[in-house]
Design a binder for this molecule. Structure first.
Ligand code: HXC
Length: 519
């Protein structure tokens, strides 16, 4: 075939154009991005996707604003790269902001590109990942920028429970921009180079006189420990993107699929150690991580929101290669009590697992809801109700292990039989009662104790009587609220057997538009 030089020239020109498009805001700005310890937008994309799998969509799109001389700063792509590729073989859609182009600010077309790729992700039932690195609404574009955000929030909501949505904050994320991550299922942040807040330090100083830095206002640690906004904080861009890749491996592509099953790896830690791991003294704490690691497939526990509401642990794990969502009281902190933050943390996770066909494994050792005015004023009634609601509405397989204490409303709340658990097993030392012995005796035997010669001795006697009656799972098992009492060392095999027997579970719920979860 003869060579068509005109065509070859056109191809050459296209290559040149595309190479220059890759430079975004130019070499100087790319260097400045790298000097901040950040990857550039294309480096991030190349690092994230399996080699050679990324396809860009809308790379030529540009803004059309002429306000304040904006026509002079037109860069193809308009400051965001959108497209799709494979992550460990899984189809994933992405929108990645380019801070080198007008600070990654979001104008009308930048917003439209993100909205478009979200529509395609929803239509194709594949996860959507957003890499945020932006100065927020493009000030020169006014309403066009606000419209862009509105269109994104609308789609975040539409996609919720349909495809997994993951936000990665890799630079600034300020003002209304924070509400897209706020809606998505998971938020990863990068230590030191990312921050999120509604109003920045300058505005705060003007309005309230408070002096605060970007980091102490909305850095990774703050959102990991205090606000609960961040699911994870990585030390740099690479670590954070690695975390997202692992997260994706536990998830299905959409709400019509189940997560991929992987070859099972038995725990390296001895499951038989569970017979002694949880102290028989109900007042002694321990770290629930030690129980989880002995139950789930080796090294598979992928904890989320690790430093927030540490009295409850949540995360994905695998049992015989099957993805499960683990919710577990952690007696190492606040004796494993449920409080406002723990209820929120667990409830949102339970709802995610339910929406995406991930069975729930609940490990119970809970003395109750945390008492006090602080909790009552913060609305523990509303927040605790979320967890009850989330478990009650969940139709995925629900497997519960009662390990030690399980008192009162918290017993019901932690995926009891009454909320539709498919399996409840208890260890021999578990105590299922309305409340702990001390509190109970003081209420029901107050008169008896007051009239006794030695009040302390009588209280002790009654406490031990109460403990004898309730410090075992027999009563609950005899009523059918516990399916079996098992030795701790049998827990892994029992859970796996129940899990496999429940994978085909079907549950029809009455038609409704949606429920009204307490918020
Ligand atoms: C237009 C912007 C911009 C914005 C940054 N730039 N933010 N352009 N609109 N929102 C431009 C800068 O003019 C600059 O252009 C380039 O991006 C890099 O910004 P620098 O300030 O030089 O970078 P840096 O020092 O790293 O500071 C980053 C920053 C700062 C902290 C994000 O740029 C900043 O405070 N930006 C404004 C943040 C903000 O208030 N956004 C609006 C939030 S309200 P040149 O050409 O000089 O390099 C909001 C409402 C959304 O978003 C509502 C949705 C519901």
């Amino acid at each position: 075939m003869s060579v068509d030089t005109v065509n070859l020239e056109r191809i050459g020109k296209l290559r040149e154009t595309k190479a220059s498009m890759r430079l975004g805001g130019g070499e100087k700005r790319l260097d400045s991005q790298r000097k901040k310890g950040k990857l550039t937008v294309w480096e991030r994309i190349e690092y994230f996707f399996d080699a050679g799998t990324f396809e860009e969509v809308g790379g030529f799109i540009d803004h059309r604003s002429t306000n304040f001389g904006l026509e002079k700063s037109r860069v193809a792509g308009d400051g965001v790269v959108t497209g799709f590729g494979r992550v460990n073989g899984m189809l994933v859609y992405i929108a990645a902001q380019d801070f080198t182009v007008m600070g990654g600010s979001l104008g009308e077309m930048h917003g439209r590109k993100i909205a478009n790729i979200m529509d395609v992700a929803i239509a194709n039932g594949a996860p959507m990942v957003m890499l945020n690195d932006s100065g927020g609404a493009r000030i020169q574009e006014g309403i066009g920028a606000l419209c862009g955000y509105g269109e994104i929030f609308f789609r975040n909501t539409k996609a919720s429970g349909v495809i997994p949505q993951i936000s990665v904050i890799m630079g600034p994320c300020a003002g209304g921009a924070v509400y897209s991550p706020g809606i998505t299922d998971f938020v990863a942040m990068v230590q030191d180079s990312s921050y999120m807040f509604i109003t920045g330090p300058e505005v705060i100083k003007t309005v309230t006189g408070e002096n605060v830095t970007k980091d102490t206002l909305g850095g990774g640690d703050i959102h990991m420990e205090k606000s609960g906004v961040a699911t994870y904080v990585g030390e740099d861009d690479e670590t954070t993107l690695d975390w997202v890749k692992v997260l994706l491996s536990y998830l299905p592509a959409n709400n019509d699929n189940a997560p991929a099953r992987v070859p099972s790896k038995v725990p390296q830690l001895d499951v038989a150690e569970l017979d002694s791991f949880v102290p028989s003294n109900p007042n002694k704490g321990y770290d629930i991580g030690g129980v989880i690691d002995r139950l789930v497939d080796s090294g598979s526990f992928f904890e989320l929101q690790e430093n927030f509401a540490k009295n409850i642990s949540i995360g994905f794990a695998r049992m015989d290669g099957i993805s499960v969502g683990v919710v577990a009281n952690n007696p190492k902190n606040l004796a494993g009590c449920l409080d406002v933050d723990a209820s929120d943390k667990a409830a949102r996770f339970v709802r995610f697992c339910d929406a995406f066909n991930i069975p729930l494994l609940t490990l119970v050792d809970v003395p109750g809801f945390l008492p006090g005015t602080d909790q009552e004023y913060s609305g523990i009634i509303r927040h605790g109700a979320k967890l009850l609601y989330a478990y009650s509405e969940a139709t995925v397989p629900k497997l519960t292990v009662i390990m030690r204490k399980s008192y009162g409303g918290a017993y019901i709340c932690m995926c009891s039989k009454h909320l539709g658990a498919d399996m409840v097993v208890a260890w021999p030392g578990s105590e299922i009662a309305v409340m702990g012995p001390k509190g109970a005796v003081n209420i029901i035997f107050r008169k008896d104790i007051m009239e006794a010669e030695d009040q302390a001795e009588r209280a002790k006697e009654l406490e031990s009587e109460y403990t004898d009656k309730f410090a075992n799972p027999q009563l609950a098992a005899s009523m059918g609220y516990v399916d079996n009492v098992i030795e701790p060392n049998q827990t892994r095999s029992t859970v796996i057997n129940y899990l496999k027997s429940n994978l085909g579970k079907r549950q029809i719920t009455p038609r409704r538009k949606h429920g009204n979860i307490p918020l």
